[in-house]
Structures are given as structure tokens and as C-alpha cells.
Design a protein around this ligand. Structure first.
Ligand SMILES: O=C(O)CCC(=O)C(=O)O
Ligand SMILES: [Fe+2]
Length: 285
């Protein structure tokens, strides 16, 4: 369940910033697990896991949600679980769970959204969002679980509030004119920490969660601090009846508890996942 105020805010803006979601006893082990993943030499990772330090906008720790139970538990955290159930109409599917680490020197991550890319490609929309019976439905969601602090002026996540239901397509030169190249690609030589009118920058603390619709136009400012990075687990959720049927390597799935295996499973629309009948889900170890 969402509170009426959360429904109002998410409908209006396309996001929710939840403060202090992780308790100290949840946060510390999650941070330790993240550090362990970062410190693991790539050739010693468990089968299926992979580190990609060559992505232009951040370092990427693939399938981090499955790397440790402290991270896996976040996929069905007691505070975000009811919100996820409501937004997906009780039919959630976890489709991705990488950790991103943003470090000084990575370029600005230009504004983008799943909705805009679909519109640009002229794709008929399977990305749906509507309100029915007083509830918001959204089949394309991202939950960012912050493991480190972001302070004003640091940079990091930006969104265009309300853009999840924009009626006009944003052109590439809006807000950050230099951030795209003439042919519509990302300009990897562009750096900015500016927050123009109409854009919101987030300063989550470790243990906060930012929930947003993938329809929302978002990106990231260049990361200013040289002595701190920005670490967050990116949990991407859709609905159970929309694939891809199997996005996770066998080695990754081998680490997961039965509850999480059910969460990632593709199912018929009419089915009810057993986990969705529970208010809180404990992982079987
Ligand atoms: O760096 C960020 O906070 C945004 C990352 C992003 O665009 C995404 O995960 O879809
Ligand atoms: Fe994105």
C-alpha cells in the first residue's frame, strides 16, 4: 500500500524519495557486501557475475543484488515491498539488479527515459502507466537503494519532475544543450553540475531509496567529490507477464533464495506469485 500522499506525489512527479528506509543493521551489511564485490578481483568472482569499469557514466557491478543476502533482501524490503505491489497491480517481476558506482571523472549522463526512447523509435507502448480504482499502475520502475551519501553540490541523479506524462517530446538540446552530439549520441566530453529550472537533483543519504518510473526523464550530473564515490543498487522491476523470460545467468540464479527466484520469474498474467500474498517476505537461507 502507498499512503494517499505518496500516491499524490508519485502521480504528480513520477518519483518518490523515501528517507531512512534501511535501518543501521540493514545498511551496514549491505555496504560491506558492496565493498566486498568492489574488492573482488574479476577473475575470482562467482560464476555469472561481472564487473564493467568501461561504461562511460559509472562503474558497473552486474547482478549485485545476488552477490550477498544483505543486498538480495533489499529486493523485497518491508518498506518498499507494499509500494512495489501496489504499483505493479500485485504482479511484480525483478528484471535487473546491478550496482552502479559513480566516480569523479565520469562524464555527465544525459537526460533520457524509457518512454522517450520508445516514442523516438515509434514503438507501440508496452510501457504503461495509468490510474484505475484510485491506484497508480506502472509496469516499468526503478528503485535506487543508496549505499553512500550524496550532499548538495556533489552531483548525481537528476530528473524532470512530471515528464513521465509529458505530452510533447523533449528535444535533445533542452536543459543541457551540449550534452548530446549533433547526431543524437551522448557527448562523453560533457561535464555539468548545473541544475536548470525544471530539473531536480537528489541528495539521498545512505539508506534512502529513490523510486521512479522509467517513463520519467532522468540522468546524472558529473560527480564532483574526488574522495567519495556514489554507490547505489539499481533494482529494475516490471510486471510478471512481460519478459524477457530469462535475463539472469545460471550462476547468478544459483545464489538466490526461492523467494527471489519467484520474484524474477515470468508468469502468466492470471497467476499469483506466492510471495505477493505476504506483507513481508523473509528469504529462506
Ligand atoms: O546515475 C544515476 O543516478 C542514473 C542512472 C540511470 O540512468 C539508470 O540507472 O537508469
Ligand atoms: Fe536511466
Amino acid at each position: 500500500m502507498m499512503t494517499p500522499e505518496q500516491r499524490y506525489f508519485f502521480d504528480l512527479t513520477g518519483y518518490l524519495h523515501l528517507h531512512g528506509v534501511l535501518s543501521e543493521s540493514e545498511l551496514r551489511p549491505a555496504q560491506d557486501a558492496a565493498q566486498r564485490y568492489i574488492d573482488t578481483p574479476p577473475d575470482q568472482l562467482p560464476e555469472g557475475f561481472r564487473i564493467d569499469l568501461n561504461r562511460e557514466h559509472f562503474n558497473w557491478y552486474l547482478y549485485a543484488f545476488a552477490f550477498d543476502k544483505a543486498l538480495e533482501r533489499l529486493t523485497m524490503h518491508p518498506q518498499t515491498w507494499p509500494i512495489l505491489l501496489e504499483l505493479t497491480g500485485g504482479k511484480p517481476r525483478l528484471g535487473g539488479g546491478n550496482m552502479m558506482v559513480d566516480v569523479h571523472g565520469k562524464p555527465f549522463h544525459p537526460l533520457h527515459s524509457g518512454r522517450e526512447s520508445a516514442l523516438r523509435k515509434g514503438q507501440p507502448g508496452w510501457r504503461r502507466s495509468f490510474v484505475k480504482d484510485g491506484k497508480i499502475y506502472n509496469n516499468d520502475l526503478v528503485f535506487f537503494f543508496y549505499l553512500t551519501d550524496v550532499f548538495p553540490g556533489d552531483g548525481g541523479l537528476i530528473v524532470v519532475p512530471g515528464s513521465h506524462k509529458a505530452n510533447f517530446l523533449r528535444e535533445h538540446h533542452y536543459f543541457y544543450p551540449e550534452s548530446y552530439t549533433a547526431d543524437g549520441g551522448y557527448n562523453d566530453d560533457y561535464f555539468s553540475t548545473e541544475v536548470p529550472e525544471g530539473v531536480t537533483n537528489f541528495t539521498p543519504r545512505a539508506g534512502d531509496v529513490v523510486i521512479m518510473s522509467e517513463h520519467l526523464t532522468h540522468g546524472a550530473l558529473s560527480w564532483e567529490p574526488k574522495d567519495r564515490d556514489r554507490r547505489f543498487l539499481t533494482l529494475r522491476y516490471g510486471v510478471q507477464h512481460i519478459g524477457p523470460s530469462d535475463p539472469f545467468p545460471d550462476g547468478v540464479k544459483a545464489q538466490l533464495s526461492p523467494e527471489t527466484l519467484e520474484l524474477i520469474a515470468v508468469r502468466d498474467f492470471k497467476d499469483h506469485k506466492e510471495i505477493t500474498t505476504r506483507d513481508t517476505v523473509e528469504l529462506t537461507l
